[in-house]
Design a protein around this ligand. Sequence first.
Ligand SMILES: *Cc1c(COP(=O)(O)O)cnc(C)c1O
Length: 441
Amino acid sequence: MALMQDASDIGGIELLTRNATPTGETARIGIPTEGRRWSEIRSELLTRKSNDFDWRSGKVPLYVYHDDDELLAVSREAYCLYFSENALGGRAFPSLQRMESEIVRMALSLFRAPQSASGSFTSGGTESLFLALKTARDHFRARRASKVRPKVVVPVTAHPAFDKAAQYLDIDVVRIDVGADLRVNIDGVRRAIDSRTILIAGSAPCYPYGVFDSIAQLGEIANGEGVWLHVDACFGGFLAPFARAEGYPIPEFEFSVPGVTSLSADLHKYGFSARGASVLLYAKADLKAHQGFRFDDWPRGSYSTDTFLGSRSGGAIASAWAVTQYLGQTGYRRLARKIMDAKERLVRGIGDIPGLEVLKPSDLCIVLYRSTDQRVDINAVAEVLGTRGWFVGRSREPQALHLALNAVHAPIIEEYLSDLRCAVQHVRATGLQGKRDDSTY
Ligand SMILES: *Cc1c(COP(=O)(O)O)cnc(C)c1O
């Protein structure tokens, strides 16, 4: 317990130790010889959980997308109805196949895909991006019998899952800087394209700054150079079209933009479904031919999967399907308004605190703010917020604090602002210096 005692009142240190394994527990442990009673296990789970940050009251600015208990109950009960079914078994569980297909078709229509389009349900943004790169690579190889090492060109702000996929798939990644407007430098992308380039990408929006790359300009390049354009709408895909419908200025990023080849969007973010739900969509169905896996040389028979996973949660599919049915477009629009309104209140409130400045522009619901006062160390502000129970997201470039707002934050904006105001005053008055901590997750 020595570590826990050190985690006194400084949020930053507390952050480091909360997840650390206390020294005594590093010893090898086995499965208990005799089973324990569920009531006892259950209360142990609740005890273990009690030291985690409280997402339900809006204290965590990312990871958990939540509105209210009713929506959560729909998502959870749907998940539980399909808790045991395995989506690997499409023939045994045709109802899961049908829901997957309906989710993909709803997404195709939301993102204005042409009739010729198709797609897959995946377990998350990482799998969607992995498959986009794998499919683009094999499509490229099928067209040119060349053995060159493939390369993708992405904005410096693109999600690390691009590099993760590229590492697994033996692909080079070139990351292009952003301009003053924080969108990818279009000439930089154009210059980086060569005969090895299998794909270029833009984010809609990117996670670090919340801005949309210019998908229209990337589409022009893609068409001109005959190169694959992937739009990573994992983060905001299920929010942006509804925010636009509510009158917020959201740039076009969907299949309606000429040149868009594929698009990824996560249901387990602003689709408000249980974790394990995303889609990867293609403008033309034949592109998907390069996505799947088939193996015939197995005593048990042929084995094939469309996506990366083998056994898959039926619960995640049922949750995603049920939440779309429960919310409907009206519900998603209501949530979009709630989130955008929360963002505007937060931006205004931070702007009113002397010594802080909101980084602009954020097209959707990411808020980034930094200190403009030498006496206010932003890392110290983060640590003081940590002592008040706020899990604080930080940005390295620029040194700033980072929030990805969703519906769970709407009711707590004023409380956050009040704690932030106090934290800034405290740091200014005491000259407190914080430690840099830009490990994202
Ligand atoms: C979250 C995210 C991803 C990765 O998705 P996971 O669901 O965490 O695997 C990819 N791109 C963007 C822009 C994201 O925000």
